[in-house]
Design a protein around this ligand. Structure first.
Ligand code: DGL
Length: 259
């Protein structure tokens, strides 16, 4: 079967709602593409699961997206990227774009200070992250904070409430922020908590994520392979799917997209 490359949709997936923050940046950059977003909320959080399980779940989602005829897949999840991106790239012939915590840009703006990386336990534990730190010679400069509870808060739509604020506070309570030059959001869910984090740290520290970098990488790659669409869309086209039986997850996806 010949895939109609130009107008085929781009698949974007995450363990749940986090990837919506990546999707927003991708659509901003490529508003004329069509998108299929898959949130695996029935199985979230991924970040505390075994690697084998994350691989299995990621394959299931990608098989679904491929069955929908997508021309590329964005693994809009640092955790699934750490655990499964190599296997996904071997399995499918379409481009698979992953994510990684934005440590490099963070080091560049930290003015020699240390950086904090907030991510899921799996992302921080996996070899991919260790290799990144080794490559950047940054082992001594990175303070790793596994923050799995924040994923569940975003999944329940609790973005701006008091309980979320106190949980964020608790995760960072032992950090001397005057020693920190940048904070990296190494989990796509956390991007929705940026405002609250800013309030809680009460210091002028840049908080960065890898979303824009991923979107740019995707665009460059599709351009290079002549896979960008030539169509012009009047309004953006996004199809939402979610593994949860709770239909309100689709509503939450749309709400977060417009946040
Ligand atoms: N959004 C995901 C990430 O970027 C993971 C959240 C989860 O634990 O499911 O790592």
């Amino acid at each position: 079967m010949k895939i109609e490359c130009n107008t085929s949709a781009i698949g974007v997936f995450d363990s749940g709602m986090g990837g919506i923050s990546v999707l927003r940046d991708i659509v901003k950059l490529m508003p004329n593409e069509r998108y299929i977003y898959y949130g695996d909320s029935a199985n979230a959080p991924y970040g505390i699961k075994r690697k084998e399980e994350i691989i299995e779940l990621s394959i299931k989602v990608c098989d679904f997206l491929v069955s929908k005829g997508v021309k590329a897949i964005v693994v809009a999840c640092n955790t699934a990227t750490s655990a499964a991106v190599k296997i996904l790239r071997d399995r499918y012939s379409i481009p698979i774009i992953g994510m990684e915590p934005a440590v490099k840009p963070a080091l560049n703006i930290a003015k020699g200070k240390n950086i904090v990386v907030l991510a899921t336990p799996i992302t921080l534990k996996e070899t991919k992250f260790k290799s990144l730190l080794n490559r950047l010679n940054a082992l001594e400069r990175v303070l790793k904070i596994p923050a799995p509870k924040l994923v569940e808060l975003v999944e329940s739509g609790d973005i701006n409430c008091t309980i979320t604020k106190s949980i964020v506070k608790d995760y960072i309570k032992n950090i001397d922020m005057s020693e920190v030059g940048a904070i990296v959001l190494g989990c796509t869910h956390f991007v929705f908590l940026k405002k609250i984090l800013k309030e809680v740290i009460n210091y002028d520290i840049p908080i960065i994520d890898g979303n824009r970098g991923t979107a740019t990488h995707l665009k460059n790659l599709l351009e290079l392979q002549q896979m960008l669409t030539t169509q012009i869309l009047e309004t953006s086209y996004i199809e939402y799917y979610n593994s949860s039986k709770d239909l309100s997850m689709i509503e939450l996806s749309k709400k977060l997209y417009n946040m």
